[in-house]
Design a protein around this ligand. Structure first.
Ligand code: SF4
Length: 148
């Protein structure tokens, strides 16, 4: 099974209630092998919901208790993000997932590697994000392809 950010599969699970379907991604994956998951919904957050951002570090720092996730009203959503990450990992483990395709720039799904971040490999103005769920999956040896 390949775990895929549910919004890329066409599910309307984004913070603004929209989807982000990626037809070329879906065309190259075998539909029967796709496991669509939205970590923020799994964490118990509603859709639509206020946009959230990482504060004080990356998703890896959130998992280590050194950073947090807050919504645009300043409400701390760290607990829901960590819960969503753990539930996503549980699903991945149950289904034997070793490879994921996850949406870039998301505080949950963004998977920008720390080494690449440090090397400044992104175009000017693009702020790479290592999300909470992506960090947890990577910690467990699951490979992630970041989808723009
Ligand atoms: S948490 Fe991931 S799957 Fe859910 S809407 Fe955001 S990018 Fe898409």
């Amino acid at each position: 099974m390949i775990l895929v950010s549910a919004c890329l599969c066409g599910q309307h699970c984004r913070y603004d209630g929209q989807a982000k379907p990626d037809a070329s991604l879906m065309a190259r994956l075998n539909r029967d092998d796709v496991l669509p998951v939205c970590p923020e919904q799994l964490g118990g957050l509603p859709t639509p919901r206020p946009a959230c951002r990482l504060v004080g570090g990356t998703g890896a720092d959130v998992l280590a208790g050194r950073a947090s996730v807050v919504d645009r009203f300043g409400v701390d959503r760290t607990h829901a993000f960590v819960r969503g990450a753990r539930r996503t990992l549980a699903l991945a483990t149950t289904h034997g997932v070793r490879y994921c395709c996850m949406k870039a720039k998301s505080p949950s799904c963004g998977s920008a590697a720390l080494s690449s971040m440090a090397a400044g490999l992104w175009p000017k103005g693009y702020r790479p994000v290592l999300g909470v769920t992506a960090a947890l999956l990577m910690n467990h040896g699951i490979e992630i392809e970041e989808i723009p």
